[in-house]
Every structure is written in C-alpha cells, then in structure tokens.
Ligand binder design. Structure first.
Ligand code: DGL
Length: 248
C-alpha cells in the first residue's frame, strides 16, 4: 500500500493528479489551499510557512512520499521541505526540465512571478544554443480560480503574456505553473504560429512508484469552491471523496 501526498496552492495541482491517477494505482491524498491561493506573488518565507501547513495536514495520512504539484512551491521550498520532513518530495519542476530538454529550440516559460523571479528554469535549461525566455503571468492563477477561463480579462492577459512568443515565434512553450494546463486551449488559440506546448506532468509519471490493487483518491480543499467541484468532476474520471477542511 502506497500513500502519496499531492499538493498545490489551489486547483492547479488537479491537472497533475489527473495524470497520476490514470498512470498508477495508489492511495492519493490531494490538498489544494483554495483559501489562500495564489501563492505566486507572495514572499518566499510565506510560501514556505503555507506549504508547511499543507504538509503538516497531510502527514496525518502516513504519507510515503509527496508530489509537489506546484512550480512555485517547488522552486522556492523543495530543499526546505526535504530538510524539515526528511521525506521524498518529487517536484513538478523535474518534469518541466525534462520536458523542455526533449524539444529542440528556444523556450518560453510561462509561470508565476515567484517562479520567474527564481530563474529556476532558465538556470537549468538554457545553453547549447537554447535560449530560455521567462514571462510572469501575474493574474492568470486568480482568473482561473475565479472561473474566468473564458473572459475578456483572460483574453487581454494572454495577448500581453504571449506577445513575446508571437513576436519571436518561440517554438516551445513550457506551462510553468500547474494551473495553466486548464487554459491550454486558450493559450493555443492566442498563438499565431504552431508551437509545442509542454506540460511538466507528462514527464514525472515514471517517477511514481506504487503497486496497489486499488485506486483511492481523497481530495481536501481549504475553501469551498464551485469551480473546484466542476473542475474535479470534469477531470477526475474515477471515484473520489472531496472534503473541505477548516484549516487555519
Ligand atoms: N499552481 C502553482 C504553480 O504551479 C501556482 C500558483 C499560485 O500562484 O498560487 O506555480
């Protein structure tokens, strides 16, 4: 029996969970901090404090290892979490690096402010003629969490954030935030040329070790959200339980 903790600042990590549950049977415990999302514009010490709250909650379930289904937490807190909890944490960013390196040519990383400010992807991918451009999609997480995936605001924001890609026809776009697979179609429509849109989740599946006979999915959110319920229903095609927790 393998218990896997999966967490994100909100709904974004559900795009990762969706792929995990299709790929391996295990007991999955997902936590999304829908109360305090977004984290991406917050300072590093606050992101770490909030991440510890999440892991402290999940630790009750006898977790064998964690998947950090959030780029922002991965780039700011991976080492701190490993040090504090002495457990394995698989960061989604490992998939981001692998996915990006598997496509030749320049790359645009669309991510949160915290991820862009860390230059994690640029530092780990750029070289050998491959250039990495980083763009912070400041308000995208907020718009997604607030049910504005198809809205004039989303339209306007994506025009702005994808301007650099369109101007330079950058061949690869990395979804450097786990919320962004939820707007992959909207991103695709805004691009004026054909690009590879890379989802890091596709490149961590082989790191998941589990051989349970059954699949169990428990989802915990820190604030009731109708959009969350709709997204979970549309993404997760297996039985699951959803619990809202009073968290702080
Ligand atoms: N889903 C998170 C990520 O991958 C971001 C969220 C946030 O800003 O809260 O970076």
């Amino acid at each position: 029996m393998t218990n896997i903790g999966v967490f994100d600042t909100g709904l974004g990590g559900l795009t990762v969970l969706t792929k995990l549950v299709k790929s391996k049977k295990a007991n999955y415990f997902y936590f999304g901090d829908t109360l305090r999302v977004p984290y991406g514009n917050r300072p590093k010490d606050e992101i770490f404090d909030f991440s510890c709250d999440i892991v402290d909650f999940l630790e009750k379930f006898d977790i064998d290892y964690y998947v950090i289904a959030c780029n922002t937490i991965s780039v700011t807190c991976l080492n701190l979490l490993e040090e504090k909890y002495k457990k394995t944490f698989i960061p989604i960013t490992a998939g981001g690096i692998r996915g990006s390196k598997s496509y030749p040519g320049d790359l645009l990383v669309l991510a949160t402010k915290a991820t862009v400010d860390s230059h994690f992807y640029k530092d780990n991918i750029e070289g050998d003629g491959k250039r990495v451009f980083e763009v912070a999609g400041y308000n995208l997480v907020d718009l997604i969490e607030n049910n504005q995936i198809t809205s004039p605001k989303m339209d306007k924001s994506l025009d702005e954030y994808l301007n650099l890609a369109n101007k330079n026809q950058i061949p690869n776009i990395l979804l450097g935030c786990t919320h962004f697979p939820l707007i992959k179609n909207e991103i695709g429509k805004k691009l004026t040329y054909e690009a590879n849109i890379i989802d890091p989740a596709d490149y961590i599946l082989d790191k998941i070790e589990a051989n349970n006979n059954d699949l169990k999915i428990k989802i915990f959110l820190s604030k009731k959200s109708n959009i969350a319920e709709n997204i979970i229903q549309s993404l997760i095609k297996f039985d699951y339980s959803l619990t809202y927790v009073d968290f702080i």
